[in-house]
Write a protein that binds this ligand. Structure first.
Ligand code: NAD
Length: 361
């Protein structure tokens, strides 16, 4: 029987990379009935809303989605559709493997890290108070009264909630992931020295959870600023990282940089009986419609999706084909060539064609 999967093309380069991934997944022979729905800018233009109900309904029904990136305007405009989907479906765990592929140029080789990012709270909770609004001023006065600390009246305020419940859930997820995937160590990344009641709670909870796994998985804790330096200097010292939402977002891009860039890094957002697979990268609007960008991150997200639906054989075959094309370095996009203006670079579609040809050999 065919797997039912929601397909969200997304904005910018989304439709191109999603189409490439869809074709590669179909070429494995796995039967999929796609339910294509739109969200983001295209949905805004067509239906007057960025996240139509049909999108969440479809994902709730199928339980699995492959999603392209969706634009979020900076500082103004609508809130992130990506964050809204994660929150509405309680996709609490964001899993972002960063693994070196042979043939992909990078300052490092043999990187094999997994970032597990808490996806439901922290500064992404979307609780914000705008500068100058009367409720903001009221809040500032209340906080000043309670804490005896001064906040300038012309401030904006973003709230950072971190709960014991969500911290425990994500750290347990990280340890279970480590166990299932034969990993040896989980590192909790935090800034508990400064934010004692939020990151402090995250860390304290992580220490408690770690005790339950002490006989099987090592546990370590690192302050986030130190972590960025250590990842650049000695990334091979790390294995699974578990982080609150904001640090997870930032460290994922750093880890993408370790393995050759955003064009390579895949991801999954996991909840209870529901999962949305998407690349780490965004919609890179300046490349929209140019058939230029790298489809690897989206195809790798598709490989994670195939494993999730228990099509491991197809996932293995697609990964082998992708690795072969990457290691040959011939039919790859500009970002994987020695020089960005290399005339032998192929387009998004042509790189997918090469992977499909390889699959059929
Ligand atoms: P971005 O990831 O879209 O692009 C940054 C740069 O990375 C690009 O200019 C390009 O040089 C490179 N890049 C990205 N994807 C690539 C690919 N597949 N192949 C080759 N190079 C690639 O980040 P941005 O410019 O900061 O964000 C653009 C928009 O995407 C914003 O609106 C942002 O909010 C949104 N965004 C969405 C998601 C998501 O949907 N999950 C994630 C991140 C950013």
């Amino acid at each position: 029987m065919a797997h039912k999967i929601t397909l969200i093309p997304g904005d910018g380069i989304g439709p191109e990379v999603v189409e490439a991934a869809k074709r590669c997944i179909e070429a494995t022979g796995v039967k999929i009935q796609w339910d294509e729905v739109i969200a983001g800018q295209s949905a805004q233009e067509k239906f007057g809303e960025i996240l139509p109900k049909s999108v969440l309904d479809s994902i709730k029904k199928t339980g699995v989605a492959l999603k392209g990136p969706i634009i979020t305007p900076i500082a103004t405009g609508f809130r992130s559709v990506n964050v809204a989907i994660r929150q509405a479906l309680d996709l609490y765990a964001c899993v972002r493997p960063a693994k070196s592929y042979p043939g992909v140029k990078s300052l490092y080789s043999n990187i094999d890290l997994v970032v597990i990012r808490e996806n439901s709270e922290d500064l992404y909770a979307g609780i914000e108070f705008e500068k100058g609004k009367s409720e903001t001023k009221k809040l500032i006065k209340k906080i000043s009264k309670l804490t005896k600390k001064r906040i300038r009246l012309d401030s904006g305020i973003s709230v950072k909630p971190i709960s014991k419940f969500a911290s425990e859930r994500i750290v347990r997820f990280a340890f279970e992931y480590a166990l299932k995937n034969n990993r040896k160590k989980v590192t909790c990344v935090h800034k508990a020295n400064i934010m004692k009641f939020t990151d402090g709670l995250f860390l304290k909870t992580a220490r408690e959870v770690a005790k339950r796994y002490a006989d099987k998985i090592n546990f370590e804790e690192t302050i986030v600023d130190n972590m960025t330096m250590q990842l650049v200097q000695k990334p091979h010292n790390f294995d699974v990282l578990v982080l609150p939402n904001l640090y997870g977002d930032i460290i994922s891009d750093l880890c993408a940089g370790l393995i050759g860039g955003l064009g390579i890094a895949p991801g999954a957002n996991i909840g209870r009986n529901i999962a949305v697979f998407e690349a780490v990268h965004g919609s890179a609007p300046k490349y929209k419609g140019l058939n230029k960008v790298n489809p690897t991150a989206m195809i790798s997200s598709g490989i994670l999706m195939l494993r999730h639906i228990k099509e491991d054989d197809a996932a293995d075959r697609l990964e082998t084909a992708l690795k072969k094309v990457l290691s040959e370095g011939r039919s790859v996009t500009y970002d994987l060539k020695p020089y960005r203006d290399d005339p032998s670079a192929v387009g998004t579609k042509e790189m997918a064609d090469a992977i499909i040809d390889q699959l059929k050999k």
